[in-house]
Design a protein around this ligand. Structure first.
Ligand SMILES: Cc1cc2nc3c(=O)[nH]c(=O)nc-3n(C[C@H](O)[C@H](O)[C@H](O)COP(=O)(O)OP(=O)(O)OC[C@H]3O[C@@H](n4cnc5c(N)ncnc54)[C@H](O)[C@@H]3O)c2cc1C
Ligand code: SF4
Ligand code: SF4
Length: 939
């Protein structure tokens, strides 16, 4: 069945919005973090169990395979398909916390971090802790049996998931927490139950097999199926449930799981210990296993070298000798006395081991973060520094603690012999689990052969020589499928093949993953890594950026934009004129690719290699802008005074009309005009601000002659559209309120001369008008230097996106503050706060998030109101300057979780006047600038 035929059939079963069969969606949604590319024939987004059932029954009937996709952060090629890809939608993002957080049920679509945020207030957390937890979803975490720096085996999904709801290949559903469901499943699936019983009998009945499984699962192991289920349990339902863990979507779909959570001790201490070599580090493993250690992260010299020159790193890193290694030891407790005991215990138990520096724990938050930044930054730095057009592969092996030193020495030798000597190595010591990165050239046959030869030798070394795990946490996928038998031997491999056959006799669930007869599958369908644009060339397609992107549910995510761009560039390179061809091709996809990107750059925060996809989009806009558009932009930049004055007048009109004919009628009219305008007329709603009053003075002196002084730069937005909108009880506009609060706090306020023609340039820059942006930045820079006496006085701006842009572009001597930061740093002590008896919600804009203002925002709001609600799962609002006026669907999509998230809050506050429009539209309450709340709560 080809893509069109499949679409025709699927559209009988699913709504149009759930189906994706166009080339762009199939390519971009079909991507995971691994090194393989398959393009699905169709993508189906599911939000409910009955939809999964419907799709699986269709697949079974038509014999069309299905692959499930959660966040697509898998590394071993297990989340790709050339058939149907089933994407888990937001309908599976639910949760229920029970027993004071000791148990928790999560839908398979919730991210690990979202789950942990819910558990945090109970001092609990999920057991599994992969480094990808911000993006990875519950279904993917379970199906890969993912784990991380916390002691992996004890707290992985296998050991902490108590029950599951599973949908099998035939569409039947089993709830392992429900005895009636278990009874009826046993009755309706006699063959599967009998097969599972038989497999259990064979695994436990054969001493050699049993001993092998027990031995190998003392280590972390995600190579092949979790056959420990066959010997750890005898009841078929428990075996089935545990086999699902680590089954990579090949045995069934886990729609929800109930976890036994883990205590999250609040007090933490860490020690960074340096050793002469890896062998010395490995000597600590046995003593450390007897101590209270929450993490023990090993790093080799290459790993330390990858970060040693970065800002903020411990200075001693650079002085370490060749071959040195480090161990980051973490311990956590509920009270200080216990924490101290634990630190002493670790120091005592390691006292006989040679270290380069004494073992010293710290509880100082700054030092704690500094040491963890070494660990957290090493992969990022190594991946970002890799040569262009190379792949980034993270290997994931484990050895018994007793032989870890020998094994790692062998691995290092192999890396040198095979030409991957720059590999960066780190790992979770207590589990004997080590990762290393290699950067092979997989764009050409020689590079592929070199990688293949390395893999064969690595597998011999790990599985045969040292009896280790070939994949400890990342899953088997297509990458390790040809080597499963090498690791397990034919007896256990045969059990695994029979497990697959018993669960999925028609091989419709993610075929080719885990079990695969093709010995070359690990070097087939390799992704090409083209060199297309320095802004994105380092991308490893990991998908970490997707979760915070405002357009993720509307059009494309940052990863998808990059995948699309790479694809177009590759196609163009196949022709003659690369640049024109890409431009031509981009025209066809400008809406998803470019028009609906908010260019807020939130994607860069979670990106391990620091890519801001918004910058690529701005570049595309710059390339698109023709002569006429540039002339219009020139004229706006040169006539800021006139434009702001015009807007001030215009914006009052619709509010006067709304008051006369009713806001509902007025909105009907403006919505009609917006539709007729076809992208040329902005959408007006009742929450669009009215005009501001003109500011006529430049100096507002305080009463006292020794009053502190500050410069206030009202942005062009607030100078024009800073007035109240529908639902405001206040009559004053934002700049007047700001001035009033500053003066209440005893400040003399200076407003830059010629403010009426000033603008930070961000509005031009985000649309790709680079020259016009540069001009406005230069003017503002001069004006602020003058007003602030060359940076001596603090400068406050009332729009957080503008302030961030100013920080990025203006003279570093200028001390620039957003309103939240200024209030927090300068006004909290100068004003008398009385908490208002009200529940308010705050929205941290994407620029504030980038400036790390969340805590300060919460502190200020908490001084003003009795209750402050911070909604879950709301990131960038997607208003994006003025984009919300023309693409309101971006704003609506980004803020879909807002209404539920604000709970009982009756007032909303933020620090960007334009974002507040969209927040009000999508929440049902009025959002305004934080300064209004401060004004009300202070004397
Ligand atoms: C930079 C980087 C670092 C990483 N670090 C770690 C780490 O420290 N530890 C670790 O263990 N892993 C790590 N990973 C690998 C990966 O992120 C994890 O395994 C993660 O748990 C996968 O989750 P996901 O939501 O992305 O799943 P996906 O990739 O979407 O899916 C994973 C597998 O599960 C299947 N699946 C998805 N949903 C379901 C469901 N509901 N029911 C049944 N099957 C399903 C899919 O078909 C696929 O086979 C890392 C990846 C990257 C890119
Ligand atoms: S800039 Fe914003 S909208 Fe654009 S890709 Fe990045 S996160 Fe998404
Ligand atoms: S942009 Fe960064 S976070 Fe996003 S897929 Fe690429 S490397 Fe990963």
């Amino acid at each position: 069945m080809n893509s069109k035929q499949l679409y025709a059939q699927l559209s009988q079963l699913f709504a149009k919005e759930q189906l994706f069969c166009d080339d762009l969606s199939r390519l971009t949604k079909g991507t995971d973090a691994g090194l393989y590319r398959l393009i699905p024939k169709a993508v189906v987004k599911v939000n409910r169990e009955d939809e999964v059932v419907r799709l699986l029954q269709f697949s079974q009937r038509e014999k069309v395979p299905v692959t499930f996709k959660a966040a697509g952060t898998s590394l071993s090629g297990q989340t790709i398909s050339d058939s149907i890809l089933m994407e888990v939608g937001s309908g599976f993002e639910y949760s229920a916390i029970t027993d004071d957080g000791r148990t928790a049920t999560f839908g398979c679509g919730l991210t690990g971090t979202a789950a942990n945020r819910l558990l945090m207030r109970h001092r609990r957390k999920l057991g599994p802790k992969p480094a990808s937890i911000n993006a990875a979803k519950i279904g993917g975490i379970i199906a890969n049996n993912a784990s991380g720096s916390s002691y992996g085996i004890r707290h992985n999904s296998y050991n902490t998931v108590k029950s599951m709801r599973i949908i099998f290949a035939d569409g039947s559903l089993l709830d392992t927490a429900d005895s009636e469901s278990c009874r009826s499943f046993i009755a309706s699936h006699p063959q599967l139950i009998s097969d599972v019983r038989q497999l259990h009998l064979e695994a436990t009945g054969n001493e050699v097999t049993r001993e092998k499984i027990e031995r190998k699962f003392r280590l972390k192991n995600t190579c092949g199926y979790g056959v420990n289920s066959l010997i750890d349990f005898s009841d078929p339902i428990s075996i089935i449930q545990h086999l699902m863990t680590g089954s990579e979507g090949t045995l069934g779909f886990v729609s929800q799981a109930t976890f036994e959570t883990v205590h999250d001790a609040p007090l933490k201490a860490t020690a960074m210990v340096y050793f002469a070599g890896l062998r010395d580090v490995c000597d600590t493993i046995i003593p450390l296993r007897g101590c209270h250690v929450s993490a023990a992260e090993l790093m080799d010299r290459n790993a330390l070298r990858a970060v040693e020159e970065l800002e903020g790193m411990p200075p001693e890193l650079i002085t370490l000798p060749e071959g040195a290694a480090a161990l980051l030891i973490d311990t956590a407790a509920d009270d200080e006395e216990t924490l101290l005991q634990q630190m002493r215990e670790i120091e005592d138990k390691l006292s006989h081991i040679r270290t380069l520096t004494p073992i010293r724990f710290t509880t100082d938050r700054y030092l704690y973060n500094r040491y963890w930044n070494v660990r957290n930054g090493l992969f990022t730095s190594a991946a970002a520094a890799r040569p262009p057009h190379t792949a980034c592969i993270i290997e994931d092996i484990a050895f018994r603690g007793e032989i870890l030193g020998d094994a790692l020495t062998d691995v290092r030798e192999l890396l040198v012999q095979t030409g991957y000597e720059n590999a960066v190595m780190w790992g979770h010591l207590l589990d004997g689990n080590v990762h290393f990165t290699i950067f092979p050239e997989i764009n050409n046959p020689a590079g592929v052969q070199k990688y293949a030869a390395f893999m064969h030798q690595l597998c011999d070394l790990v599985a045969l020589k040292h009896d280790g795990s070939l994949k400890a946490e990342h899953g088997t996928g297509r990458n390790m499928a040809p080597f499963v038998e090498k690791e397990w031997g034919s007896d256990v491999y045969d059990l695994m093949k029979r497990i697959k056959k018993a669960f999925d006799p028609d091989n419709i669930l993610n075929p080719g993953v885990v079990i695969n007869n093709d010995s070359d599958v690990f070097i087939q369908h390799l992704k090409q890594i083209p060199e297309v644009n320095p802004l994105i060339d380092k991308c490893i397609e990991c998908g970490f950026c997707e979760v915070s992107c405002p357009s993720k549910n509307l059009t494309l995510t940052p990863r998808q934009r990059i995948v699309a761009y790479r694809h177009l560039a590759e196609r163009a390179a196949a022709g003659n004129n690369k640049r024109v061809s890409i431009q031509e091709q981009l025209k066809n996809i400008s809406y998803p690719m470019e028009e609906t990107c908010a260019t807020d750059g939130l994607c860069s925060i979670n990106c391990p290699v620091g890519i801001d996809t918004g910058k690529l989009v701005k570049e595309l806009r710059w390339q698109h802008n023709g002569k006429i558009a540039n002339r219009i932009a020139d004229s706006i930049a040169d006539n800021m005074y006139g434009i702001t004055a015009l807007l001030r007048g215009l914006l009052n009109l619709p509010h006067s009309m709304g008051r006369m004919i009713g806001y509902d009628t007025m909105e009907n009219v403006t919505k009609g005009l917006y539709r007729l305008g076809d992208g040329l007329i902005p959408l007006w709603t009742r929450y669009t601000p009215s005009g501001s009053r003109k500011i006529n003075r430049n100096i507002f002196p305080a009463d006292s002659s020794d009053a502190p002084m500050a410069v206030y730069f009202p942005s062009c937005i607030t100078r024009s559209m800073g007035g109240p909108s529908f639902g405001y009880r206040e009559k004053d506009d934002l700049p007047s309120t700001m001035l009033s609060v500053l003066r209440k706090a005893g400040y003399t306020v200076i407003i830059p001369e010629e403010k009426d023609r000033l603008c930070c340039g961000m509005a031009f820059s985000s649309k790709g008008f680079r020259e016009q942006a540069g001009k406005k930045e230069k003017e503002l820079n001069e004006a602020l230097l003058k007003a602030s006496r060359n940076g001596a006085l603090p400068i406050l701006c009332d729009m957080s996106p503008c302030l961030l842009h100013m920080r990025e572009t203006l003279d570093p001597r200028l001390k620039l503050f957003d309103q939240v930061e200024f209030i927090h740093d300068f006004l909290l002590e100068r004003l008398q706060f009385t908490r208002r008896p009200v529940s308010v919600t705050i929205h941290t804009t994407c620029s504030s998030t980038k400036m790390q203002l969340e805590e300060k925002f919460l502190t200020v709001a908490s001084r003003c109101a009795e209750k402050v609600v911070v909604p879950e799962n709301v990131t960038c609002c997607g208003w994006a300057g003025d984009r919300g006026f023309f693409y309101p669907e971006l704003n609506n999509s980004a803020l879909a979780p807002l209404r539920q998230g604000i709970r009982d809050a009756s007032e909303g506050y933020s620090n960007s006047r334009t974002c507040e429009i969209g927040l009000s539209i999508n929440s049902g309450i009025v959002y305004k600038s934080l300064i209004y709340l401060v004004d009300r709560a202070t004397t």
